[in-house]
Write a protein that binds this ligand. Sequence first.
Ligand SMILES: Cc1cc2nc3c(=O)[nH]c(=O)nc-3n(C[C@H](O)[C@H](O)[C@H](O)COP(=O)(O)OP(=O)(O)OC[C@H]3O[C@@H](n4cnc5c(N)ncnc54)[C@H](O)[C@@H]3O)c2cc1C
Length: 357
Amino acid sequence: MKDCIIIGTSPLALAEAAYLNNNGYNCLNIEGKSEIGGAWTTIKYEDFPEIEIGSHIWSYNKKTYLLIQNLFEIPLVKLDYQPKILFKNLLIPYDWKMNLLSIKSIYSNLFKFNFKFFKSIKTYPDIRFSILTSAYMYPKNGAIDIKNALETFIKKQELKIDLNKKVKSISISRESIEVLMFDGGKYYCSKHLILTSLSEIEQIILENGEEIKLPKKEIQYIHRHLLIKDNKKPKFNYIRCVSDKVIHRLSDMTSQVKNQLSKNEIVICVGIFQEQYEKMNTSEQEDYVMNFLKKQKLISKSATLIKSYSNTYPSFYNDSNLMKEIERKSNGKIKILRSTDFIYSFYNNYDKYSTLI
Ligand SMILES: Cc1cc2nc3c(=O)[nH]c(=O)nc-3n(C[C@H](O)[C@H](O)[C@H](O)COP(=O)(O)OP(=O)(O)OC[C@H]3O[C@@H](n4cnc5c(N)ncnc54)[C@H](O)[C@@H]3O)c2cc1C
């Protein structure tokens, strides 16, 4: 049996472990935090409902929705209101951005004479044109459902997880890969290692002694969660705000946590730009957000704020070209799982993970 270390416990990292275990490997997922799930986790703050961190949206791909539904046994539901983009005062279907992205992508490949790309157009999920918007889906109770499903998946697939072990550096020798922890603690040795686009590693030492430093590209995702009294349910699920200087996205999470709410209570999660977050105090942020929601008619004029709190989720993105170089120079010992978009990362591994169903 070949051994393999996988960094992290996101749904993708766990699906990969299950797939490899079924194909002659013995995998261990090493996780720096005390909880599994990666970005798909929840937060409990005082007597606020337990809620997913941040505000998320899953890209549209029908076949991948089915894969995830069956793989993790998570019931997905069509969003009550399809996602939108808010530009000034105009709400545009989020799905229409695919038209722009597709034209951009086709145009940039036109002059590269990339035949493989043109062949893949028929099947690749982010090249599509949409007039009647597609039905975006998501787990009914958001990350609460994902977390529960992952716990069951770990047990069913008998996955091995080591929590609270943050990996600092990796060193490749001819025989194996050594993984060093941040606290200077235990070394792990393995023949294979899998990283994702979001694995946070300081340095990798190659077999020939070359040291590759991974530049720190940290992003702070800051969200304010608001518990509001309103006699009407909000008429949106997810909105990407592209012209506001403070708010960049909004999610209505009421239906995800409705069992934890009293009558006429709603929960809205608001993504706030870091720069503005640091300039404003709590009550300034609350006033700004409440006025914004009312001005855009997303909540009633009479709605009142019960309370709010903010959370910061630090994340780290690796440069994709550098990761490709590391993969190539590791002589097959390190593999990178591209993971910047949840649905597309599963789409890219569709054939592998569908064997687990
Ligand atoms: C805040 C946030 C919001 C996002 N929103 C969306 C969205 O709306 N839609 C979408 O499609 N995608 C979204 N993404 C993209 C997300 O990257 C993917 O959906 C997917 O979760 C990526 O999986 P991953 O394993 O690469 O990263 P993550 O899900 O971030 O998981 C990485 C895990 O690895 C652990 N880890 C990292 N480095 C180390 C180390 N050195 N040692 C030990 N453990 C380590 C981390 O603790 C973490 O648990 C979001 C990402 C973030 C961070």
